[in-house]
Ligand binder design. Structure first.
Ligand SMILES: [Fe+2]
Ligand SMILES: [Fe+2]
Length: 303
């Protein structure tokens, strides 16, 4: 019988539950968080939610309005990726808010911060959160520094009493993402990969006490290609003719890594890849939007 790598049953007294959500794509991704995240936080006693939102606005980038909505939906810290600076509007919250971080290894000239320290929802623990960009097959962002050196520098700067450290490693190559897990094994509580939008089946606690997954997967519509309408992508791939890659609509899921972390040692106790499927009406954007319009904050009219 295969060895079971994932333990989800244990709940230590001093444990905090941290949920790290993979790339939120457009309105469907935001909609399912609006519909289900609060309930999930309540049911699973989640102490902190970290969420990569680099594709939250129309499939690329983030706006201040959407950032605030994500906080309202239950997210505590928003991370970004290679699309971090796609929209100028996000520069203001990147500068002002300690709940929004861009990759720490962007050029030193980039706006915003690459890491932050926040309290858990109950105030019981302080958690350092860092975002990093990978280097392999990531050609879209110029002047990003070595993530290997930058993360060592960031951990050196982080206050010593911050015992829980969470890293979003936004990278393409699974080899680089697994390597980052081992690089931070025993030094980070959680290392979750983002960017590929495809969840990997390798959630585990590394032997040093680091919860790791190579990619947490996308929070958005799976009835498409990485969150975009499959018809458009196929049209492009089969004809070579440029077309707009609109965000898809259906089979919307939240995808992330759930870990329980010992607040005293900072070591992870368990790691589980989680997918939360939308209700049937999530397949009908009109219906969901009508519902969202009747609640506060009011309907999400952005793309
Ligand atoms: Fe990305
Ligand atoms: Fe992405």
């Amino acid at each position: 019988m295969p060895r079971k790598q994932v333990t989800v049953e244990r709940r230590e007294d001093m444990a905090v539950n941290i949920f790290c959500i993979g790339d939120v794509v457009g309105k469907p991704g935001r909609g399912i968080l609006a519909d289900h995240l609060h309930e999930y936080i309540r049911e699973h006693d989640i102490d902190l939610v970290v969420c990569n939102a680099e594709n939250a606005a129309g499939g690329s980038g983030l706006t201040p309005q959407i950032f605030n909505k994500l906080l309202h939906y239950g997210v505590d810290v928003v991370t970004l990726g290679d699309h971090a600076l796609r929209r100028k509007e996000v520069f203001a919250p990147l500068t002002e808010s300690d709940r929004l971080i861009r990759p720490a290894n962007l050029s030193g000239g980039a706006v915003g911060r690459g890491w932050t320290v926040v309290e858990t929802k109950s105030g019981a623990a302080r958690v350092g959160v860092v975002c990093l960009l990978g280097q392999m097959y990531m050609n879209s962002v110029p002047n990003s520094d070595s993530p290997w050196k930058v993360i060592d520098d960031v951990f050196g700067l982080m206050p010593a009493d911050v015992g829980i450290r969470v890293v979003d490693f936004h990278a393409e190559a699974s080899s680089e993402k697994i390597a980052m897990g081992w690089h931070l094994n025993g030094r980070a509580s959680m290392v979750f990969g983002t960017h590929t939008h495809i969840p990997t089946a390798d959630a585990r606690v590394l032997d040093g006490g680091t919860a790791h997954i190579s990619d947490a997967g996308m929070t958005g519509p799976y009835d498409g290609v990485l969150g975009r309408k499959k018809e458009r992508v196929l049209q492009f791939l089969t004809t070579s003719m440029p077309t707009r890659f609109d965000v898809a609509d259906n089979d919307v899921r939240i995808s992330g890594l759930l870990a329980s972390v010992d607040a005293e040692t900072g070591k992870a106790i368990s790691a589980e890849h989680v997918q939360i499927f939308g209700r049937s009406e999530d397949a009908e954007p009109q219906a969901r939007n009508a519902k969202a319009d009747s609640t506060q904050p009011p309907g999400d009219t952005e793309g």
